[in-house]
Design a protein around this ligand. Sequence first.
Ligand code: BGP
Length: 474
Amino acid sequence: MGFRKDFLWGGATAANQCEGGYNEGGRGLANVDVVPIGEDRFPVIAGKKKMFDFDDEHFYPAKEAIDMYHHWKEDIKLFAEMGFKTYRLSLGWSRIFPQGDETEPNEEGLKFYEDIFKECKKYGIEPLVTITHFDCPMHLVEKYGAWRSRELVGFYENLCNVIFNRYKGLVKYWLTFNEINMILHAPFMGAGLYFEEGDNVEQVKYQAAHHELVASAIATKIAHEVDPENQVGCMLAAGSYYPYTPKPEDVWAGRQDERENYFFIDVQSRGEYPAYALKEMERKGIEVKMEEGDKELLKAHTVDFISFSYYSSRVATTDPELLEQTAGNIFASVKNPYLEASEWGWQIDPLGLRITMNDLYDRYQKPLFIVENGLGAVDTPDENGYVEDDYRIDYLAKHVEAMRDAVDQDGVDLLGYTTWGCIDLVSAGTGEMKKRYGFIYVDRDNQGNGTLKRSKKKSFDWYKKVIATNGEDL
Ligand code: BGP
């Protein structure tokens, strides 16, 4: 009983939130570089055009982040010391194709990740690679309007051809798009999408989503062709919905909200647009333009496993006045009176993880992979950089316990678990360093000051023990 013997314990990061080195090694600019810290972090709203550049007024955390670009050896060594079996990281698209539409890749970028994968392998760590974690080269944003253009499918295909061939034998687990449903909620940060005056916003979003879905199927196809050992997953920002009351309308509202997210995975895992989505699009007057062969492609190249992030459950209602949008958390939800919340208002619900796992497993009957989970908190280090983060240990222990129940009691097939931000990094939602998730503290503040020194928190040894006992000793 318990987790499978080859359970993949580890941690997760994303290129733009940890690498820095935004203009080094021939790297081009990406959408994620130009979202500044603070109130202007989500500047792209319907009808407003984004200024695509750095300015002097704002601080852009991704420029340097925690400078993993120069610290990766040291960081991987620390992951190995914790006993990681896997390390989830993402490729910076604009490191490999600085503009995005070149035919030849940038060797320096390719080599950078190759060295990382080799270093991981040295320690017996299996890389889990997100092909795009919210990032899109700025040139593709400006010239083509990012994923609104069908041409992006071809550029992404080119990227996939290059990486699957180059990293054959080094990488086996792949995720096509991080939190693919984020395109609906944070279109610029999530997919480089912006809107012009007069755009039918929903139309643009769903057309762009279709392009990503087709690109994801093509990636799956190439991955399997290049190496049958490759395992490809989709990635959902998950969290089951509870109805606020037993009122049938609230239950129905929850179902609707859930479907907005399931839509993507239904296509990626079952291979076709679900009936409810087609009807909803019809009602909204959305016409997704498909090319010949798209339907067959989607059907033939479905994912091997279902990966997701889980931070909280959500609560649905028909009463818009009850809905809150907590800072950084872009999913609107009613505050659940039975749950406590993090300092950022994200509600803490370990049982919700078990519920979410069951929902996904019932629905898709494919192995699951939890690729993000964790507590964003303010850490106060002592003079040696040591943090007594019992609150983080408590959060993670309860979530691991819930996932063990889903495996043991409910029979869910779970491949692995990578906690979010295993080393402190820049928050995607707020752009801050103040919101930390790591087992490893990084001396860096919100304005980019600090020595960048890495030090172990209390949770470092705790997680090491969890991994060593395969999740028995929490
Ligand atoms: C997910 C993203 C991550 C990560 C995480 C935590 O949505 O995939 O990139 O940042 O959320 O969110 P935040 O950084 O806002 O605390």
